[in-house]
Write a protein that binds this ligand. Sequence first.
Ligand SMILES: [Zn+2]
Length: 319
Amino acid sequence: MANRLKAAALAVYHTTYEPALALVLGPRRISGFECAAAGGPPEVAIHPHRVAGCGPACGFDQGERRRVVARYSLKTRGDGALDRALGRAARRLSLTPMAIDLDRFPSHTDFQALVKRRSSRTLPKIRKAAKMGYVAERFSVHAHVYDIHAVRTSMRSRAAGPVLDYWFLKPEDVAKPAGRPATWRMPKCPRHWTLWWGVFLPEPGHVQGKVQVDRRLVAYMKLMRIGDVLHYTDLMGHGEHLGHGVMNLLHDAIIRWLIESDEPLVEGVRVVLYGAAEHGGEGLLTWKKRAGFEPMRLILAPAPDGKTDAPLSRDRRAG
Ligand SMILES: [Zn+2]
């Protein structure tokens, strides 16, 4: 019942509040970016769909991944007068995705050059965090449940507003804690997956429940790959470590991985999406800008064929 109520409240939020937010706040929020003087956000076609190579265990289901696509992308429209008018209205009434187009950065050095142009302080922060011993890498959420809980309950309010978790979250709400040492697992489909990245500090003797892990997780990010889009769905740092640049370090490590790695998991990722320009306060928008994000319109390419985009049966939905 609670879940149904929550889903209904979210549906109302997405269909009424967000269009109003886009209309009222959108133009002002993008005014500080290069694209504001160039006729609006650049448009990039995205291909989130299942493809023939996905395999039977592909996780592009009817749930969260499809909702992200619906919330942040616009339909491809024809060239007729009515289509153009509808397209203009849709742009005004849609959230403005904040994204990085990786096609613009042949190397990680090229990406860092953009970050440096936006603020001279970010790269020194990242270098300092690395010198202090912070390391960013993938992890199993089940292996670090208690540290994630500590991160999420470390501050009463954040850039996006008050933190309800501060009062109500219990460790078991995060995930099921592992009873033995656990490492991250390879997703079933290379194009549709969820993975966690974390920032760690070595700490001999540190435990999670009864399992000794010898390192402390101080920041994390939940990544969701949806075809050629990678979405930052959940990211947070511990209040005591945020001042050490741990979020910048984490983001930079992920972008480096996306650009430089030849793993199938990242092959074909083009757009890194982190919410919308209309989300949160000015502080959050400034963080995104300094991290290399810019306003963008994501245009949904048609599914390659009806078959690959068909609803999945229940047993094929895991993953
Ligand atoms: Zn897939």
